[in-house]
Design a protein around this ligand. Structure first.
Ligand code: NDP
Length: 292
């Protein structure tokens, strides 16, 4: 039997449509246009693609988009000064600094300079602390997208065994916090985990956020489990570049109950959640009810 395919592309389109409705309502009822500022330092080609895509989708839902492209040799002071200006700008409700930054810039320092209320990536230490203590925060977009898909597919996640493979600050750890918040029993695995295959086989929900092409084969998946594949890995197949996840899709789809494909799974949800977070930030800044 083959798993249900969780269609992130279609789900993300629905999230964006809802964001567009909320933006139209904020404009009509309150004269408020949510604005997202994206800061890119340097010429990293993948980052340029992401930033272009974020700017395009921001405009498509009716929000204001402010792009700041800075040269590779931008000093820390110049970058921090820009963030200070964006923090003060009332038209900017969300600020995103595209990572990774060039090596001479301290990303922790830079991210923690963003006003936590405008930190739509949810990486500021205040938001990390709020999420970890179950308080209202800005939630990192990729794990938020994963949680939304899981809730949509399962409804209540309470009591399910979740294994998150990967412990990064941007995916693995916040994913684990969100699953814990939904009352899953959560295990976080990483490169030093002993007997990873058996641990994965214990998961009702298996989230792979590693960055190693197809490292999780179907026989690590519990029959009927839901598999969320966060990985985006560029590989060469039959002479051309293609994207694959951290899960070996063709074998996992035979065993899982549901699975996200790569591409078309988690990826599209990330930007949709960024747009949703920006609307939330704009509502909070103006003391308006947040969209559901
Ligand atoms: P990081 O490199 O920051 O973290 C990878 C994690 O995987 C680490 O915790 C590492 O463990 C763990 N790991 C590495 N090798 C193994 C192994 N052999 N067995 C078990 N665990 C291992 O990556 P990110 O979290 O930033 O990203 C993970 C993947 O998700 C990447 O493919 C990235 O491209 C993708 N991604 C996708 C997004 C989307 O929008 N869909 C957004 C963000 C990321 P340790 O800590 O011990 O080193």
């Amino acid at each position: 039997m083959s798993a249900a395919i969780i269609d992130g592309k279609e789900f993300a389109a629905r999230v964006r449509a809802r964001v567009a409705e909320n933006v139209a309502r904020l404009k009509a009822d309150h004269g408020l246009t949510p604005g997202l500022a994206v800061v890119l330092v340097g010429e990293d080609p993948a980052s340029q693609v992401y930033v272009r895509s974020k700017g395009k989708q921001t405009l498509e839902v009716g929000m204001a988009s402010f792009e700041h492209k800075l040269p590779d040799d931008t000093s820390e002071k110049e970058l921090l000064d820009l963030i200070d200006r964006l923090n003060r700008d009332p038209e900017v409700h969300g600020i995103l600094v595209q990572l990774p930054l060039p090596a001479h810039l301290d990303s922790d320092l830079v991210i923690n300079r963003i006003d936590p209320a405008k930190d739509v990536d949810g990486f500021h230490i205040s938001n990390v602390g709020l999420l970890g203590t179950g308080q209202k925060s800005m939630v990192p977009c990729t794990p938020l997208g994963c949680l939304m898909m899981l809730r949509e597919y399962h409804g209540d996640l309470s009591g399910m065994n979740a294994v998150v493979v990967g412990r990064s600050n941007i995916v693995g750890k916040p994913m684990a916090q969100l699953l814990l918040g939904d009352s899953c029993t959560v295990t976080i695995a990483h490169s030093r985990t002993r007997d990873l295959p058996d641990m994965c086989r214990s998961a009702d929900i298996l989230v792979a956020a590693v960055g190693r092409a197809e490292m999780i084969p179907g026989d690590w998946v519990k029959p009927g489990a839901t598999v969320i594949d966060v990985g985006i890995n560029r590989v060469e197949r039959e002479g051309r570049n293609t994207l694959v996840g951290d899960v070996h899709f063709d074998s996992a789809v035979q065993v899982a109950g549901a699975i996200t494909p790569v591409p078309g799974g988690v990826g599209p949800m990330t930007i949709a959640c960024l747009l949703a977070n920006t609307v939330t930030a704009a509502c909070r800044a103006n003391k308006l009810a947040e969209p559901e």
